[in-house]
Design a protein around this ligand. Structure first.
Ligand SMILES: [Zn+2]
Length: 145
């Protein structure tokens, strides 16, 4: 390893929280900003009903399976049903995507998030789950002024 490269890796090791600085001049962490602005007013944790959600999970399933599982979906008026339909590309070659129905959207606080993820893992394989955990240690943080 070259001396320059050694110095660079030593610098990276000396800054364990590199990229995790606080925003707005040190007032709030990225996680706090995300919790403040990413969720609708009145969003509450599904499990403990706490007022500070930090995770959002959306479950979706193919339209055909949704109609089979929940025949009452056919009773919905078209605008309401269309609002819940999203196009999901099942593979990269898929140009149009397949229609999926948003079945549920739940929020979770930090304490209840592991239990939520455990319960989401038990869903049938034909369902898709989108989990938005917001900023985390694995994501690069850039503040744009
Ligand atoms: Zn909770």
């Amino acid at each position: 390893m070259s001396q320059k490269r050694q110095m660079r890796s030593a610098t990276l090791r000396a800054q364990p929280h590199r990229g995790r600085k606080k925003l707005f001049g040190g007032l709030k962490s990225a996680e706090q900003v995300h919790a403040d602005v990413a969720f609708p007013v009145g969003a509450r944790c599904q499990s403990c009903n706490g007022p500070r959600p930090v995770v959002r999970a959306i479950t979706m399933c193919p339209l055909s399976d949704a109609i089979k599982q929940w025949p009452e979906l056919q009773q919905l008026d078209p605008p309401t049903l269309f609002k819940r339909i999203v196009q999901i590309k099942e593979n990269p070659a898929d140009a149009m995507g397949a229609p999926y129905v948003r079945v549920s959207m739940v929020y979770s606080c930090k304490a209840c998030a592991p239990a939520l993820e455990k319960s989401l893992a038990k869903l049938p394989s034909w369902m898709i789950v989108e989990i938005n955990r917001g900023p985390g240690p694995d994501k690069i943080l850039v503040e744009v002024n």
